[in-house]
Design a protein around this ligand. Structure first.
Ligand code: NHR
Ligand code: GAR
Length: 217
């Protein structure tokens, strides 16, 4: 299978990036053309360099507004000609113009069971809400922050004694499973967004997100 060219956007540790790198070194048919970070000291940049992947740093503080940052970011992404763009712990809200430009070609991993806990500090908020189940979601990115159509989710139990850190670690293990899986479906041509912004997987419109336990191979 030809490798799908992708670009990965990060802001931090890059453990999800690492999961994609590791899968690509096995049988995930993608080629990571570049890793782009808005944070110059993101540890994920080190992971990319170690894997011989080109890196680029674009510091949002050096731009007067979101529009100018996003215009430069879009030019930078496009220079690598990716067919898919992944947000992997990327922490800047993207403008409608940029999101529209990558409509149907940009995925995000969000650390909650969407539509619950959109936005930031999801683990702490899940603990405060005393939910019994928490997790992570992969969705197509749309203009609505964390509101794009969800492809797949994985759940974990919230356990007695959990704090935000222990809960985050349990969720992260699942993130590293579902992100490569969703990327695989996209690379295999099995996953798309239709003109009504519905998720299509294996020729069928998803009525609800796939749950990892019931996911097709
Ligand atoms: N952009 C759009 N248009 N739509 C989405 O669904 C997006 C997006 C950009 C990022 C990731 C998202 C997450 O999974 C994501 C989804 C950052 C913030 C945020 O408030 C919120 C959600 C997400 C990422 N960022 C602050 C900002 O002012 C900065 C916070 C910081 O630097 O720590 O951009 O959670
Ligand atoms: C992950 O838990 C990801 O879901 C979350 O940040 C972490 C990044 O970890 N994303 C967001 O909170 C987006 N706002 P990583 O850098 O090790 O992949």
């Amino acid at each position: 299978m030809p490798r799908l060219p992708i670009v990965v956007l990060i802001s931090g540790s890059g453990s999800n990036l690492q999961a994609i790198i590791d899968a690509a070194n096995k049988d995930l048919p993608v080629e990571i053309k570049a890793v782009i970070s808005n944070q110059p000291d993101a540890y994920g940049l080190e992971r990319a360099r170690r894997a011989d992947i080109p890196v680029a740093i674009l510091e949002h503080q050096q731009f007067p507004d979101r529009e100018s940052f996003d215009a430069t970011l879009a030019d930078l992404i496009d220079s690598y000609q990716p067919q898919l763009v992944l947000l992997a712990g990327f922490m800047r809200i993207l403008t409608p113009g940029l999101v529209r430009h990558y409509h149907g070609r940009m995925l995000n991993i969000h650390p909650s069971l969407l539509p619950d806990f959109q936005g930031l500090h999801t683990h702490q908020r899940a603990l405060e809400a005393e939910v019994q189940k928490h997790g992570a979601s992969i969705h197509f990115v749309t203009e609505e922050l964390d509101g794009g159509p969800v492809i797949i989710q994985a759940s974990v139990p919230v356990l007695p004694g959990d704090d935000a850190e222990t809960l985050a670690a349990r969720v992260l293990e699942k993130e590293h499973v579902i992100y490569p899986l969703a990327v695989r479906w996209f690379a295999q041509g099995r996953l798309s967004l239709n003109e009504r912004d519905q998720v299509v997987l294996d020729g069928k419109i998803l009525a609800a997100p796939v749950q990892l336990e019931q996911a097709p191979a």
